[in-house]
Design a protein around this ligand. Structure first.
Ligand code: AMP
Length: 438
C-alpha cells in the first residue's frame, strides 16, 4: 500500500520518498491511520519491521498541524521512551529525517554521556523528546524537563523497558504526563508486565499484532553449526576469512567472551571492534560508526546491540554463543534481512547450548537447519563417526574372512567331487578293458 493512501501529508511523503520508502510495511499500514485518527494503540511488532516510522510519521503530522507560533518557547509535546541509548539515538535520527520538512525540534537524552550538552538543548526548547527512563528522570529532578504539556507518549520496545526493571520509573514518568493524551505502546512480545502496564496506561486501544516470525524465516537464512566450544573462535575467523565477508556482526553472551573474541580476531588479522555495556559511550558510538562505514570488518557485541542497531544491508549476523533468552535470538538475527533485503544468520552451537536451541525452535515454531562445518566437526561426532568406521571396517574384515573360508570350503568340495569323478571314470575304463579281454 502506498503512503498517500494512509493519509500522510506531502511534507512527510516527500521526506520518506527521499529515503527510498515506496510501500508501507504491514505495521505502518495498520498503525498509521489509527494514530492519525487520535486513537491509543497497542502494537506488537519485531524490530526491523518499520515500527519507528509507524509511530513517528503520524506523530510528526499531528504535531505539525498544531505547530506553535515561532516566538513562543517550545515545550515538549511528544515523548518517546526507549530502553537503550542506541535505540534513543536511532529513533531521534529517524524522527529528524522524517520531519525534515517541518520546523519541529527533537532531542534525545540518555545515560553514559555528559549532562550539559543535553541540558543546553533542552533549554533552547524541544517539541519531541526521545529518552531512556533513568536519564529522563535525572533531568526532571534537575528541573530541565517538564512533561506537563505532553500530548502524545510512545513506549517503544516497552517489554524491554519493563524487563530491564524500569517499572517504577515508567509509572512515575506516566504520572507526570497529563491524563488527556494519546498513548502508543509498542512491544516485541506480549509479556505479562506489558499487559499489566497497558491496562494502566491505555484507553480503549486499537490492538495490532504483526506476526513476523514467519517473515523472519523468509528474510533470513538461518543455519546452525554444531561445534566444540574451544573451536568456535578458530571456526569463526576461518569462516569470515574463507567466505571473504566484510561486515559481520557477532554476538557473544558475556562481556568477557566479547573481549576475548575481539582480541583473538584482531590477532588473526580481522579488524574488529567490541561493543558492550562497559565501554564508554564515545567508544560505543565510534565502534558503530566504524562498522557502518566499513573501516572495521567485524563488530563483536553483547545483547546491548541486538536492539536499536540499524545498519542498512547488514549481510551477516553470527551468534558466537546463543543468548540466555530465546527471544534475544530473534532480536539478534533481526539485525540482518532488514528493509526488504535478504540476510544470513549463523549460530555456532556447542553441546551445552542445545537446550537453548530447543527453546529457540519452540519460540520460532519451526526447526532450524543443523549442519557441521567441514574441518570443525565436534569431537563427539568425529568419535562417533570413527567408531562407525571402525565397526564398518571390522564387519568388512570378517566378511572378507568368511568369504575366503567359504571359497576354500567350496574349493575343497569341488576338488573332492572332481577326484570322485576322475576315480569313477578310471573304474569304468578299467571294467571296459576287462570285458574286451573276456
Ligand atoms: P525499524 O523497524 O523502525 O527499526 O526499521 C527498520 C528499517 O526499515 C530502517 O532502516 C528503516 O529506515 C527501514 N524502513 C522503515 N519503513 C520502511 C519502508 N516503508 N520502506 C523501506 N524501508 C523502510
Amino acid at each position: 500500500m502506498s503512503f498517500e493512501k494512509l493519509g500522510l501529508v506531502p511534507e512527510l511523503l516527500s521526506a520518506i520518498s527521499e529515503l527510498g520508502y515506496t510501500k508501507a510495511t504491514p505495521v505502518q499500514k495498520k498503525v498509521i491511520p489509527f494514530v492519525i485518527g487520535g486513537k491509543d494503540v497497542m502494537a506488537t511488532a519485531q524490530t526491523g519491521t518499520g515500527k519507528t516510522a509507524a509511530y513517528a510519521l503520524p506523530l510528526l503530522q499531528i504535531l505539525s498541524k498544531r505547530d506553535i507560533k515561532e516566538k513562543t518557547k517550545r515545550i515538549i509535546r511528544a515523548l518517546v521512551l526507549v530502553p537503550t541509548r542506541e535505540l534513543a539515538a536511532q529513533v531521534e535520527k529517524s524522527i529528524k529525517l522524517y520531519g525534515k520538512n517541518f520546523s519541529l525540534v527533537s532531542c534525545a537524552v540518555y545515560g553514559g554521556v555528559k549532562f550539559t550538552p543535553q541540558t543546553k538543548k533542552l533549554e533552547r526548547g524541544v517539541d519531541i523528546l526521545v529518552a531512556t527512563p533513568g536519564r529522563l528522570l535525572e533531568h526532571v529532578k534537575q528541573g530541565n524537563i517538564n512533561l506537563s504539556k505532553v500530548e502524545i507518549v510512545v513506549y517503544d520496545e516497552s517489554d524491554r523497558i519493563l524487563d530491564m526493571g524500569f517499572w517504577e520509573e515508567i509509572i512515575t514518568i506516566s504520572s507526570m504526563i497529563p491524563k488527556k493524551r494519546q498513548t502508543l505502546l509498542f512491544s516485541v512480545e506480549q509479556s505479562k508486565s506489558v499487559k499489566k502496564f497497558s491496562e494502566l496506561t491505555l484507553i480503549k486501544p486499537v490492538k495490532v499484532t504483526i506476526n513476523n516470525q514467519g517473515d523472519l524465516a523468509k528474510k533470513v537464512r538461518q543455519t546452525i553449526y554444531i561445534c566444540d566450544q574451544d573451536k568456535k573462535s578458530a571456526l569463526l575467523s576461518y569462516m569470515i576469512g574463507s567466505k571473504n565477508w566484510h561486515q559481520v556482526l557477532v554476538f557473544t553472551k558475556t562481556r568477557k567472551s566479547a573481549d576475548d573474541l575481539g582480541k583473538y580476531l584482531n590477532e588473526s588479522g580481522l579488524k574488529t571492534l567490541i561493543l558492550h555495556g562497559e565501554k564508554a559511550h564515545s567508544k560505543r558510538t565510534k565502534a558503530l560508526k566504524d562498522f557502518k562505514n566499513g573501516t572495521i570488518r567485524v563488530l563483536v557485541a553483547t545483547d546491548i546491540a541486538s536492539r536499536g542497531l540499524d545498519i542498512e544491508d547488514l549481510p551477516h549476523v553470527i551468534n558466537y554463543e546463543l543468548p540466555g533468552d530465546a527471544e534475544d535470538y530473534v532480536h539478534r538475527i533481526g539485525r540482518t534481512g532488514r528493509a526488504g533485503n535478504l540476510g544470513e544468520a549463523i549460530s555456532l552451537v556447542c553441546k551445552d547450548e542445545r537446550k537453548v536451541l530447543k527453546d529457540i525452535e519452540r519460540l520460532l515454531k519451526y526447526g532450524l537447519q543443523v549442519e557441521f562445518f567441514e574441518g570443525f566437526e565436534p569431537k563427539e561426532w568425529i568419535e562417533k563417526e570413527a567408531n562407525k568406521h571402525t565397526i564398518k571396517a571390522k564387519i568388512e574384515r570378517s566378511q572378507e574372512r568368511r568369504s575366503k573360508t567359504a571359497n576354500s570350503v567350496v574349493g575343497m568340495r569341488r576338488k573332492k567331487a572332481n577326484d570322485r569323478n576322475a576315480q569313477k571314470k578310471a573304474t569304468v575304463k578299467k571294467r571296459k578293458k576287462v570285458t574286451k579281454r573276456d
